[in-house]
Design a protein around this ligand. Structure first.
Ligand code: GDP
Length: 326
Protein backbone atom coordinates (compact mmCIF):
# COMPACT_ATOMS: atom_id res chain seq x y z
CA UNK A 1 0.00 0.00 0.00
CA UNK A 2 1.23 3.49 -0.80
CA UNK A 3 1.92 5.90 2.04
CA UNK A 4 1.78 8.90 -0.28
CA UNK A 5 -0.03 12.00 0.91
CA UNK A 6 -3.27 11.99 -1.10
CA UNK A 7 -3.73 14.68 -3.70
CA UNK A 8 -7.00 15.81 -2.18
CA UNK A 9 -5.53 15.97 1.36
CA UNK A 10 -4.63 19.37 2.79
CA UNK A 11 -0.88 20.04 2.82
CA UNK A 12 0.40 23.09 4.71
CA UNK A 13 3.53 24.71 3.26
CA UNK A 14 5.12 27.01 5.86
CA UNK A 15 7.26 29.64 4.16
CA UNK A 16 5.46 29.66 0.80
CA UNK A 17 6.73 33.15 -0.10
CA UNK A 18 10.38 32.11 0.10
CA UNK A 19 12.44 30.58 -2.70
CA UNK A 20 12.21 27.03 -1.30
CA UNK A 21 8.57 27.15 -0.17
CA UNK A 22 7.32 28.70 -3.40
CA UNK A 23 9.09 25.99 -5.41
CA UNK A 24 7.43 23.32 -3.25
CA UNK A 25 4.01 24.92 -3.80
CA UNK A 26 4.67 24.91 -7.59
CA UNK A 27 5.71 21.26 -7.47
CA UNK A 28 2.67 20.17 -5.44
CA UNK A 29 0.35 22.09 -7.78
CA UNK A 30 2.00 20.51 -10.83
CA UNK A 31 1.43 17.07 -9.31
CA UNK A 32 -2.28 17.83 -8.88
CA UNK A 33 -2.48 18.64 -5.17
CA UNK A 34 -5.71 20.60 -4.79
CA UNK A 35 -5.61 21.71 -1.16
CA UNK A 36 -2.28 23.45 -0.64
CA UNK A 37 -2.58 25.52 2.53
CA UNK A 38 -0.53 28.71 2.79
CA UNK A 39 -0.69 31.64 5.19
CA UNK A 40 0.91 35.02 4.57
CA UNK A 41 2.89 36.52 7.46
CA UNK A 42 0.17 39.15 7.98
CA UNK A 43 -2.24 36.31 8.86
CA UNK A 44 0.11 33.88 10.60
CA UNK A 45 3.35 34.86 12.32
CA UNK A 46 5.34 31.62 12.58
CA UNK A 47 7.25 33.08 15.55
CA UNK A 48 3.94 33.33 17.48
CA UNK A 49 3.47 30.01 19.25
CA UNK A 50 -0.22 30.42 20.12
CA UNK A 51 -1.08 31.54 16.59
CA UNK A 52 0.74 28.57 15.01
CA UNK A 53 -0.92 26.09 17.38
CA UNK A 54 -4.34 27.56 16.68
CA UNK A 55 -3.81 27.55 12.91
CA UNK A 56 -2.71 23.90 12.79
CA UNK A 57 -5.56 22.82 15.08
CA UNK A 58 -8.12 24.55 12.85
CA UNK A 59 -6.70 23.47 9.49
CA UNK A 60 -5.87 19.86 10.39
CA UNK A 61 -3.40 19.34 7.53
CA UNK A 62 -2.56 15.78 6.48
CA UNK A 63 1.07 16.85 6.10
CA UNK A 64 3.23 19.89 6.85
CA UNK A 65 6.24 21.06 4.84
CA UNK A 66 8.47 23.33 6.94
CA UNK A 67 10.23 25.53 4.38
CA UNK A 68 10.14 28.72 6.45
CA UNK A 69 13.51 29.95 7.72
CA UNK A 70 15.63 33.01 8.21
CA UNK A 71 18.33 32.44 5.56
CA UNK A 72 21.20 34.38 4.07
CA UNK A 73 24.73 34.25 2.74
CA UNK A 74 28.05 34.14 4.54
CA UNK A 75 28.07 37.85 5.43
CA UNK A 76 24.45 37.99 6.65
CA UNK A 77 25.14 34.98 8.89
CA UNK A 78 28.19 36.78 10.27
CA UNK A 79 26.37 40.09 10.84
CA UNK A 80 23.09 38.82 12.33
CA UNK A 81 23.93 35.64 14.30
CA UNK A 82 21.24 36.28 16.93
CA UNK A 83 18.50 36.60 14.30
CA UNK A 84 19.66 33.45 12.52
CA UNK A 85 19.62 31.24 15.61
CA UNK A 86 16.63 32.74 17.44
CA UNK A 87 14.18 33.08 14.55
CA UNK A 88 14.93 29.62 13.22
CA UNK A 89 14.59 27.96 16.62
CA UNK A 90 11.29 29.75 17.20
CA UNK A 91 9.83 28.76 13.84
CA UNK A 92 10.97 25.14 14.15
CA UNK A 93 9.69 24.65 17.67
CA UNK A 94 6.35 26.31 16.93
CA UNK A 95 5.68 24.42 13.71
CA UNK A 96 7.02 20.97 14.68
CA UNK A 97 5.59 20.91 18.20
CA UNK A 98 2.39 22.57 16.93
CA UNK A 99 2.00 19.91 14.23
CA UNK A 100 2.37 17.17 16.82
CA UNK A 101 -0.21 18.80 19.11
CA UNK A 102 -2.64 19.08 16.21
CA UNK A 103 -2.22 15.37 15.45
CA UNK A 104 -0.32 15.83 12.17
CA UNK A 105 1.40 12.52 11.40
CA UNK A 106 3.63 13.51 8.44
CA UNK A 107 6.02 16.46 8.33
CA UNK A 108 8.95 17.38 6.12
CA UNK A 109 11.61 19.68 7.55
CA UNK A 110 14.06 21.51 5.30
CA UNK A 111 17.56 21.84 6.75
CA UNK A 112 20.87 22.71 5.17
CA UNK A 113 24.24 21.21 4.28
CA UNK A 114 25.90 23.52 6.84
CA UNK A 115 24.78 21.17 9.65
CA UNK A 116 27.88 19.06 8.95
CA UNK A 117 31.30 19.67 10.55
CA UNK A 118 33.52 22.16 8.74
CA UNK A 119 36.11 19.49 8.03
CA UNK A 120 33.79 16.51 7.51
CA UNK A 121 35.14 13.87 5.10
CA UNK A 122 33.99 14.66 1.55
CA UNK A 123 31.51 13.83 0.17
CA UNK A 124 29.61 14.31 3.43
CA UNK A 125 27.49 11.39 4.55
CA UNK A 126 24.45 11.72 6.77
CA UNK A 127 26.28 10.08 9.67
CA UNK A 128 28.86 12.92 9.74
CA UNK A 129 26.33 14.92 11.77
CA UNK A 130 27.72 15.96 15.20
CA UNK A 131 31.13 14.39 14.64
CA UNK A 132 33.12 17.65 14.73
CA UNK A 133 33.23 21.44 15.00
CA UNK A 134 30.99 23.53 12.74
CA UNK A 135 32.02 26.27 10.30
CA UNK A 136 32.13 29.42 12.49
CA UNK A 137 30.61 31.82 9.90
CA UNK A 138 27.23 30.05 10.10
CA UNK A 139 27.38 28.10 13.34
CA UNK A 140 24.29 29.75 14.93
CA UNK A 141 22.18 28.95 11.85
CA UNK A 142 23.56 25.40 11.71
CA UNK A 143 22.82 24.80 15.41
CA UNK A 144 19.20 25.85 14.82
CA UNK A 145 18.92 23.47 11.85
CA UNK A 146 20.46 20.62 13.87
CA UNK A 147 17.88 21.34 16.58
CA UNK A 148 15.15 20.99 13.93
CA UNK A 149 16.46 17.55 12.92
CA UNK A 150 16.59 16.49 16.56
CA UNK A 151 13.06 17.80 17.19
CA UNK A 152 11.77 15.63 14.35
CA UNK A 153 13.75 12.61 15.55
CA UNK A 154 12.54 13.05 19.11
CA UNK A 155 8.86 13.34 18.18
CA UNK A 156 9.27 10.18 16.10
CA UNK A 157 10.90 8.28 18.96
CA UNK A 158 8.61 9.42 21.74
CA UNK A 159 5.31 9.81 19.90
CA UNK A 160 5.58 7.58 16.83
CA UNK A 161 5.37 10.53 14.43
CA UNK A 162 6.69 10.34 10.88
CA UNK A 163 8.68 13.58 10.66
CA UNK A 164 11.36 13.53 7.96
CA UNK A 165 14.22 15.95 7.34
CA UNK A 166 15.93 16.77 4.05
CA UNK A 167 19.26 18.62 3.94
CA UNK A 168 19.52 20.48 0.66
CA UNK A 169 22.92 21.66 -0.47
CA UNK A 170 23.37 25.37 -1.47
CA UNK A 171 20.14 26.33 -3.26
CA UNK A 172 19.58 28.87 -6.00
CA UNK A 173 16.91 29.73 -8.55
CA UNK A 174 13.87 31.88 -9.24
CA UNK A 175 12.67 33.77 -6.17
CA UNK A 176 16.14 33.98 -4.60
CA UNK A 177 17.28 37.00 -2.58
CA UNK A 178 19.46 39.25 -4.76
CA UNK A 179 20.53 41.62 -1.98
CA UNK A 180 24.09 42.88 -2.74
CA UNK A 181 25.51 42.06 0.73
CA UNK A 182 23.14 39.59 2.43
CA UNK A 183 22.51 37.12 -0.40
CA UNK A 184 24.17 33.80 -1.19
CA UNK A 185 26.93 33.67 -3.76
CA UNK A 186 24.92 32.95 -6.95
CA UNK A 187 22.37 35.77 -6.68
CA UNK A 188 25.05 38.09 -5.25
CA UNK A 189 27.37 37.54 -8.22
CA UNK A 190 24.56 37.51 -10.77
CA UNK A 191 23.39 40.95 -9.77
CA UNK A 192 26.91 42.39 -9.57
CA UNK A 193 27.96 40.95 -12.95
CA UNK A 194 24.71 42.02 -14.60
CA UNK A 195 25.06 45.59 -13.39
CA UNK A 196 28.76 45.67 -14.35
CA UNK A 197 27.96 44.34 -17.85
CA UNK A 198 25.29 47.01 -18.29
CA UNK A 199 27.67 49.78 -17.21
CA UNK A 200 30.53 48.32 -19.26
CA UNK A 201 32.81 48.05 -16.18
CA UNK A 202 36.30 46.58 -16.70
CA UNK A 203 36.28 44.55 -13.46
CA UNK A 204 34.05 42.99 -10.81
CA UNK A 205 34.92 42.17 -7.20
CA UNK A 206 34.34 38.59 -6.02
CA UNK A 207 34.70 37.66 -2.34
CA UNK A 208 37.34 35.43 -0.83
CA UNK A 209 40.02 33.43 -2.63
CA UNK A 210 37.89 31.62 -5.23
CA UNK A 211 39.19 28.24 -4.01
CA UNK A 212 36.26 27.05 -1.80
CA UNK A 213 34.25 24.26 -3.39
CA UNK A 214 30.45 24.35 -3.35
CA UNK A 215 27.65 22.16 -4.66
CA UNK A 216 24.63 24.02 -6.06
CA UNK A 217 21.10 22.67 -6.43
CA UNK A 218 18.37 24.36 -8.45
CA UNK A 219 15.35 24.96 -6.24
CA UNK A 220 13.00 23.12 -8.64
CA UNK A 221 15.15 20.00 -8.25
CA UNK A 222 15.05 20.47 -4.48
CA UNK A 223 11.24 20.74 -4.57
CA UNK A 224 10.91 17.59 -6.70
CA UNK A 225 13.17 15.69 -4.29
CA UNK A 226 11.29 16.98 -1.25
CA UNK A 227 7.87 15.88 -2.49
CA UNK A 228 9.38 12.53 -3.54
CA UNK A 229 10.71 12.05 0.00
CA UNK A 230 7.45 13.22 1.61
CA UNK A 231 5.59 10.55 -0.33
CA UNK A 232 7.89 7.58 0.27
CA UNK A 233 6.24 4.70 2.12
CA UNK A 234 7.22 4.84 5.78
CA UNK A 235 8.92 1.42 5.65
CA UNK A 236 11.07 2.48 2.70
CA UNK A 237 12.02 5.76 4.39
CA UNK A 238 12.90 4.03 7.66
CA UNK A 239 14.91 1.31 5.94
CA UNK A 240 17.20 4.01 4.54
CA UNK A 241 17.39 6.35 7.50
CA UNK A 242 16.79 4.53 10.79
CA UNK A 243 17.55 3.85 13.57
CA UNK A 244 19.16 7.14 14.64
CA UNK A 245 19.29 9.05 11.37
CA UNK A 246 16.14 10.86 10.34
CA UNK A 247 17.73 13.20 7.83
CA UNK A 248 18.61 12.76 4.19
CA UNK A 249 21.04 14.68 1.96
CA UNK A 250 19.61 16.32 -1.15
CA UNK A 251 22.09 17.48 -3.75
CA UNK A 252 23.58 16.84 -7.15
CA UNK A 253 26.72 15.03 -5.99
CA UNK A 254 28.80 17.45 -8.13
CA UNK A 255 30.66 20.57 -6.97
CA UNK A 256 32.76 23.36 -8.45
CA UNK A 257 35.12 26.06 -7.19
CA UNK A 258 33.85 29.59 -6.53
CA UNK A 259 36.22 30.69 -9.33
CA UNK A 260 34.55 28.31 -11.81
CA UNK A 261 31.15 29.47 -10.61
CA UNK A 262 32.11 33.14 -11.06
CA UNK A 263 33.28 32.39 -14.61
CA UNK A 264 29.98 30.64 -15.38
CA UNK A 265 27.97 33.59 -13.99
CA UNK A 266 30.08 35.95 -16.10
CA UNK A 267 29.24 33.91 -19.23
CA UNK A 268 25.53 33.84 -18.47
CA UNK A 269 25.30 37.57 -17.72
CA UNK A 270 27.53 38.60 -20.64
CA UNK A 271 30.20 40.22 -18.44
CA UNK A 272 33.55 40.15 -20.27
CA UNK A 273 35.80 42.05 -17.85
CA UNK A 274 38.22 40.89 -15.14
CA UNK A 275 37.50 39.21 -11.80
CA UNK A 276 39.18 40.82 -8.76
CA UNK A 277 39.35 38.72 -5.59
CA UNK A 278 38.65 40.47 -2.27
CA UNK A 279 40.68 38.53 0.30
CA UNK A 280 39.22 40.57 3.17
CA UNK A 281 35.93 38.64 2.80
CA UNK A 282 35.60 35.19 4.42
CA UNK A 283 35.88 31.96 2.40
CA UNK A 284 33.75 29.90 4.79
CA UNK A 285 34.01 26.12 4.67
CA UNK A 286 36.70 24.82 2.28
CA UNK A 287 34.33 22.27 0.71
CA UNK A 288 30.70 21.19 1.12
CA UNK A 289 29.90 18.28 -1.16
CA UNK A 290 27.01 15.99 -0.25
CA UNK A 291 27.07 12.24 -0.47
CA UNK A 292 23.72 11.61 -2.20
CA UNK A 293 23.88 7.82 -2.38
CA UNK A 294 20.99 7.33 0.07
CA UNK A 295 18.78 9.64 -1.97
CA UNK A 296 19.78 7.80 -5.16
CA UNK A 297 18.88 4.47 -3.51
CA UNK A 298 15.48 5.98 -2.70
CA UNK A 299 14.92 6.64 -6.39
CA UNK A 300 15.72 10.32 -7.04
CA UNK A 301 18.47 12.25 -8.76
CA UNK A 302 18.93 15.86 -9.84
CA UNK A 303 18.28 16.78 -13.48
CA UNK A 304 19.03 20.51 -13.87
CA UNK A 305 22.67 21.29 -14.74
CA UNK A 306 24.37 24.34 -13.22
CA UNK A 307 24.59 26.05 -16.62
CA UNK A 308 20.86 25.50 -17.34
CA UNK A 309 19.95 26.55 -13.83
CA UNK A 310 22.01 29.75 -14.03
CA UNK A 311 20.31 30.67 -17.34
CA UNK A 312 16.88 30.06 -15.87
CA UNK A 313 17.72 32.09 -12.76
CA UNK A 314 19.12 34.93 -14.86
CA UNK A 315 15.94 35.01 -16.96
CA UNK A 316 13.92 35.30 -13.75
CA UNK A 317 16.23 38.01 -12.41
CA UNK A 318 15.88 40.07 -15.59
CA UNK A 319 12.10 39.70 -15.59
CA UNK A 320 11.97 40.91 -11.96
CA UNK A 321 14.83 43.43 -12.04
CA UNK A 322 12.61 46.43 -11.31
CA UNK A 323 11.10 45.01 -8.11
CA UNK A 324 14.45 43.52 -6.98
CA UNK A 325 16.13 46.94 -7.07
CA UNK A 326 13.08 48.77 -5.72
P1 GDP B 1 28.28 29.50 2.28
O1 GDP B 1 28.16 28.28 1.41
O2 GDP B 1 27.55 29.37 3.58
O3 GDP B 1 29.72 29.91 2.46
O4 GDP B 1 27.45 30.64 1.54
P2 GDP B 1 27.64 31.78 0.42
O5 GDP B 1 26.79 31.39 -0.73
O6 GDP B 1 27.35 33.09 1.06
O7 GDP B 1 29.19 31.79 -0.01
C1 GDP B 1 29.80 30.79 -0.73
C2 GDP B 1 31.21 31.16 -1.12
O8 GDP B 1 31.16 32.16 -2.16
C3 GDP B 1 32.08 31.77 -0.01
O9 GDP B 1 33.41 31.23 -0.15
C4 GDP B 1 32.09 33.26 -0.34
O10 GDP B 1 33.25 33.93 0.13
C5 GDP B 1 32.07 33.20 -1.87
N1 GDP B 1 31.60 34.45 -2.52
C6 GDP B 1 32.23 35.10 -3.51
N2 GDP B 1 31.58 36.21 -3.87
C7 GDP B 1 30.46 36.27 -3.10
C8 GDP B 1 29.36 37.19 -3.02
O11 GDP B 1 29.26 38.18 -3.73
N3 GDP B 1 28.37 36.88 -2.12
C9 GDP B 1 28.44 35.78 -1.32
N4 GDP B 1 27.42 35.53 -0.45
N5 GDP B 1 29.48 34.90 -1.36
C10 GDP B 1 30.47 35.14 -2.24
Amino acid sequence: MSDAVYRDAPVFVAGHRGMAGSAIVRRLAALGYRRILTAPRSELDLADQAAVRGYLQRQQPAAVVLAAARVGGIQANNNYPADFIAENLQIELNVIDGAHRAGVQRLLFLGSSCIYPRLAPQPMREDALLTGLLEPTNEPYAVAKIAGIKLCESFNRQHGRDYRSVMPTNLYGPGDNFHPEDSHVIPGLMRRFHEAAQRGDAEVVVWGSGTPMREFLHVDDMAAASVHVMNLPRDTWQAHTQPMLSHLNVGTGVDCSIRELAEAVARVTGFRGRLVWDASKPDGAPRKLMDVSRLAALGWKASITLEEGLRDTYAWFRAHAAEIRG
